[in-house]
Structure formats: structure tokens, C-alpha cells
Design a protein around this ligand. Structure first.
Ligand code: NAP
Length: 308
């Protein structure tokens, strides 16, 4: 069984930032990532509010830089999914799909994943017109008609991005006003390719081989209509990836991990960072700050363990 001092689970901004701080502090650290390092941020076409980039930066570019920076400090990144976490005295044993690892401390930075609409046709047409990532799939819709579901920052930013390719972008929102930040709203309102369909929800996604139309329902009078589209992008918020730790640490009612301001969870030796935490603002800037704090808190914890 491999032994190390600290395991970071998740290679998004929180995990990589924790990795940079831990590797610089010469803690024997392994970062485990089940997919591509970078987390959900790599799906963001353009990030304009991360300080230090006057003209913004693409999510994939920012995360590629973070990964390179972490590796430069000697962070070991392994591509493995964690199946189980078992506390064993002062140690924590992680069962991964590439073997077992024994560690003294862990930082859980497993982030969030997109909410599903839960309507007929959604899973059937995923990858065939239904998408949760405009950056990944947008270019396939050149000259076509697409819908975006949701009214938050993600939905509206991605609707604007999709107008680069699609001829018409319908934003379907369940209320009569958007949740998105005002500056983002204003950009969408002046964009002639975007049409808003207010007070409406998607009841069904229909098609043959590919998506062809949506059944929309007006939530005020329950009347249904059909909207012909070639694709639908779903941006209705996110849910925490906390299943792995649900019996290990205290979660809030939505499943986010409760920590103190130093990223301690309810269990000594288990820290949490980034979007997985119960917090006010889930952004790259807060995720990287969490990661740095979690790594320093873990370092202190490891030092105290050595002294005791
Ligand atoms: P969000 O802010 O939670 O918005 C989710 C949207 O989906 C809301 O408009 C919500 O409607 C709608 N919705 C939720 N469940 C639905 C359902 N079952 N059917 C139909 N509509 C549904 O999520 P987000 O836009 O993904 O953003 C998540 C976080 O990331 C936010 O804190 C956001 O500020 C941040 N973010 C920031 C940026 C940026 O700063 N540039 C970019 C992307 C994301 P209601 O409004 O009626 O609740």
C-alpha cells in the first residue's frame, strides 16, 4: 500500500491550489483526479472576473497554467477515482480504482456537478443535442437554433457565447426575471440573436436520432407549446459531489460539506476546499483561496501529529 502525508481529492482550482501550497511546503502529497485536471472551470469559455487578467482568460488556459505550476513544485498528480475512504486510527485509507493509499490527512476538493432537468428525453439525447457544456459542444451548432435552460450567470454567459455559432439562441427561464449578474443580463438583452422565453419550463425533449424540439410549458397557464431546436444546453445550477464523504463528515441539508474558516471539517485530518463547501460564493477566486488555506491547515495538523 502506498503511503503519503496528504491526499488531495479533486484536481479543480481548489485541489490544484492546495497542491501548489502543499508541494511548496514539502509535504508528501498526492493529488487524485478521476478525469481531466481543471474541474468544471475548463468548460468556461471566458472568465473575466478572476483577478490578474485584464482581458479575461479561458477556463481551460487558466487551469492548464495552474496544473503546470503545481507540477513545477513537484506535485504528484495521479489519475484515479476514489471509491472509499476509511479512517483507521491516525491514518486514513483510500481505496482507489488504482490501488490503496494510506495517508495522514485528506483535502476533499471534489466540487459540484450539473443538475439534471429530470425530464423525458434528457438522458436519451445527452450527447445527441442535450449538453451541459456550451464550450465543449457549441461549435457543432453553427447556423442552427439552440435553447439554453436557466437564468443564472452560467446560463446567460453561455447563451451569449453560443451566439458565436448558433443563428438563434432561446433562453428558457421559469420566472420573469433573471438571476444572473446585471452586467451579464445587459449584454444578453442587447444581443439580437437571443430570444427570451419567460415563465416557461421544459416538459420534454423530443427528436429522432438528434434533438428536434422541446415541449415547453408556461407555468402561469400550463399551456404547452413546441419549440423547434437542434440542441439544448442545460444550466440550472449544480449539486455537490459529496457522496464519498457523506458518512465521514458533517454535511448541510443540500449535501455541501460544513467547514470552519480554516477548512476543517467535523473530522480531524479531513479538510474540504472549493465548491464542495457550504459557502456564499462559488467562484475560481474563492476556490483557490480555500485550497491554499486547506493546505496550510493540513500542514499544521500534520506537524501537531508529529509532536503528539
Ligand atoms: P444558479 O445561479 O443557481 O442559477 C440556476 C438557474 O437555473 C436559476 O435561474 C434557476 O431559476 C434555474 N433553475 C434551477 N432549477 C431549475 C429547474 N429545475 N428548472 C428550470 N430552471 C431551474 O446557477 P449557475 O448559473 O450555474 O451559477 C452557479 C454559481 O456560479 C453562481 O454563484 C454564479 O454566480 C456562479 N457563476 C458565476 C459566473 C461569473 O461570475 N462570471 C459564471 C458562471 C457561474 P431561479 O432563478 O428561478 O431560481
Amino acid at each position: 500500500m502506498d503511503k503519503c502525508e496528504l491526499v488531495i481529492i479533486g484536481g479543480g482550482p481548489a485541489g490544484l491550489s492546495a497542491g501548489i501550497y502543499a508541494a511548496r511546503a514539502a509535504i508528501k502529497t498526492v493529488l487524485l483526479e478521476r478525469g481531466i485536471p481543471g474541474g468544471l472551470v475548463i468548460r468556461a469559455q471566458h472568465i473575466e472576473n478572476y483577478p490578474g487578467f485584464e482581458n479575461g482568460i479561458s477556463g481551460s488556459e487558466l487551469m492548464a497554467q495552474m496544473e503546470k505550476q503545481a507540477r513545477r513544485f513537484g506535485l504528484e498528480i495521479r489519475f484515479a477515482g476514489v471509491k472509499e475512504i476509511q479512517p483507521a486510527g491516525d491514518e486514513i485509507i483510500l481505496e482507489t480504482d488504482h490501488g490503496r493509499i494510506s495517508t495522514r490527512a485528506i483535502i476533499v476538493a471534489t466540487g459540484v456537478e450539473p443538475n439534471l432537468l429530470g425530464v423525458k428525453g434528457e438522458s436519451e439525447f445527452t450527447g445527441r443535442g442535450v449538453s451541459y457544456c456550451a464550450t465543449c459542444g457549441g461549435a457543432f451548432f453553427r447556423g442552427k437554433r439552440v435553447a439554453v435552460v436557466g437564468g443564472g450567470d452560467a446560463a446567460i454567459e453561455e447563451a451569449i457565447f453560443l451566439t458565436k455559432f448558433a443563428e438563434r439562441v432561446f433562453v428558457i427561464h421559469r420566472r420573469g426575471e433573471l438571476r444572473a449578474t446585471k452586467i451579464i443580463q445587459q449584454r444578453a438583452f442587447v444581443n439580437p440573436q437571443i430570444e427570451f422565453i419567460w415563465h416557461s419550463v421544459v416538459d420534454e425533449i423530443q427528436g429522432g436520432d438528434l434533438v428536434e424540439s422541446l415541449v415547453l410549458r408556461d407555468v402561469r397557464d400550463h399551456k404547452t407549446t413546441s419549440l423547434a431546436v437542434d440542441g439544448v444546453f442545460i444550466y440550472i445550477g449544480y449539486r455537490p459531489n459529496s457522496n464519498l464523504v457523506k458518512d465521514l463528515v458533517e454535511l448541510d441539508e443540500k449535501g455541501y460539506i460544513i467547514t470552519d474558516e480554516n477548512m476543517h471539517t467535523s473530522r480531524p485530518g479531513v479538510f474540504a476546499a472549493g465548491d464542495i463547501r457550504q459557502k456564499l460564493l462559488r467562484q475560481v477566486v474563492t476556490a483557490v483561496a480555500d485550497g491554499a488555506i486547506a493546505a496550510v491547515a493540513a500542514e499544521k495538523y500534520l506537524e501537531e501529529m508529529k509532536l503528539s
